[in-house]
Design a binder for this molecule. Structure first.
Ligand SMILES: Cc1c2[nH]c(c1CCC(=O)O)Cc1[nH]c(c(CCC(=O)O)c1C)Cc1[nH]c(c(CCC(=O)O)c1C)Cc1[nH]c(c(C)c1CCC(=O)O)C2
Length: 352
């Protein structure tokens, strides 16, 4: 079994650093674009055989983990908030949730009923990959999902989200509790269906101050993560723009903390604590830079990790569609060409 990803999550030694990339299945690959000519994104997510096919597509590039092909917004429909991916606009929620009555109408559903097709995809993928590559399941975190529900789509400043949080904290708390219960049950169901690790995507939480994170978000994230710890599978807790929140995120939980590229990985790891694993943190845009620049920066990320057990190489956020596939392969090959023992020796040699 190809298990260096799972070993690193548990901070066990590995031969080389495991690597996978957020959004590793997607539009930068010709195979994905070809399938998208025939099917919508939601069709792919709702058809287990297609989700399986897309999940496997990037693995020929040599990643150490597969991530379920799905989307963090899939739970919205069974909660009672249907949406679509509009061309060129991203997600559009038909009836945004902006008041107490709308929050009360949201349903906490049984994952096997509301998202049975995703769980079936997990079972199919696991069967296909078993003994080869570990499978990561995932869900959105409550703040990030709430922001889509309230704003009705993507937002640059989260104005309506923050206004609800500050003006009606009781309704905000009810909304966050409902989303958290949906996410908790869904992640549990993914683990039961065969996911060997799960990632909680709190992509937009970096827009909050420390105080607001602590008061209005952390208790909900903690509720989900504490409970998932009982499953024994590693949980990756990820956000972007979180340089100010790393200690708070660590306190909220997670076996592995995701770090974006704005903070040097070594410093971030010190703040998170070496008793947790870390994942990151190459700027995804570097995959569109000249090859030698990308490679030099990937080496710098590995040097920051210093060969310490518990580093999973990744980007600081998802691969962008313009990325040349060859660059993805080149970085994976580079990471796999550098034995951890050498990284550790190099770090010891350069210590003051
Ligand atoms: C915020 C968020 C979403 N979805 C997701 C997040 C959190 C991670 C992040 O911050 O990027 C998570 C996600 N979305 C998708 C995956 C698949 C697994 C993977 O390969 O990482 C994952 C892990 C498929 C997808 N989800 C989406 C695509 C775009 C490709 C397509 O339209 O075919 C993919 C591959 C669409 C999506 N989905 C979402 C948006 C805003 C969009 C539109 C923006 C865009 O076009 O890139 C919501």
């Amino acid at each position: 079994m190809h298990d260096r990803f799972l070993r690193a999550c548990r901070r066990e030694p590995t031969d080389v650093t495991p690597v996978w990339f957020m959004r590793q299945a997607g539009r930068y690959m010709a195979e994905y674009r070809a399938l998208r000519q025939k099917h919508t994104l939601l069709d792919i997510c709702r058809t287990p055989e297609l989700a399986l096919e897309v999940t496997l597509q990037p693995l020929r590039l040599g990643m150490d983990a597969a991530i379920l092909f799905a989307d963090i917004l899939l739970p919205l429909e069974p909660m009672g908030a249907p949406f679509e991916f509009a061309k060129g606009e991203g997600p559009v929620i038909h009836e945004p949730v902006r008041d107490r009555a709308a929050i009360e109408r949201l349903r906490v559903f049984e994952p096997e009923e509301g998202l049975g097709h995703v769980l079936e995809a997990v079972r199919l993928i696991r069967r296909e990959l078993d003994g080869k590559t570990p499978l990561i399941g995932f869900a959105g975190a409550p703040f990030t999902i709430a922001s889509y529900l309230i704003e009705g789509g993507k937002s640059s400043d989260y104005r309506l989200t923050k206004q609800l949080m500050w003006s009606d904290p009781a309704s905000w708390s009810l909304l966050m509790s409902k989303i958290s219960e949906v996410v908790r049950l869904f992640l549990h169901a993914q683990v039961k269906a065969g996911a060997q690790a799960v990632q909680l995507f709190d992509s937009w939480v970096g827009s909050l101050s420390i105080q607001d994170y602590r008061e209005h978000v952390a208790p909900h994230v903690q509720y989900i993560l504490r409970d998932l710890e009982t499953t024994g599978v590693p949980v990756i807790h990820f956000g972007t723009n979180t340089a100010s929140l790393l200690e708070e995120q660590r306190a909220a939980g997670g076996t592995v903390i995701g770090v974006d590229w704005r903070t040097p990985l070594g410093k971030a790891w010190e703040r998170i604590g070496h008793d947790r694993a870390v994942q990151g943190n190459l700027d995804p845009l570097l995959l569109c830079a000249p090859r030698e620049v990308a490679e030099q920066r990937a080496r710098a990320v590995l040097a920051e990790a210093a060969g310490r057990p518990g580093h999973i190489f990744n980007l600081g956020h998802g691969i962008i569609p313009e990325t040349p596939v060859d660059n993805v392969k080149a970085i994976i090959d580079l990471v796999h060409s550098l034995p951890v023992a050498e990284l550790r020796a190099a770090a010891a040699g350069s210590a003051p």
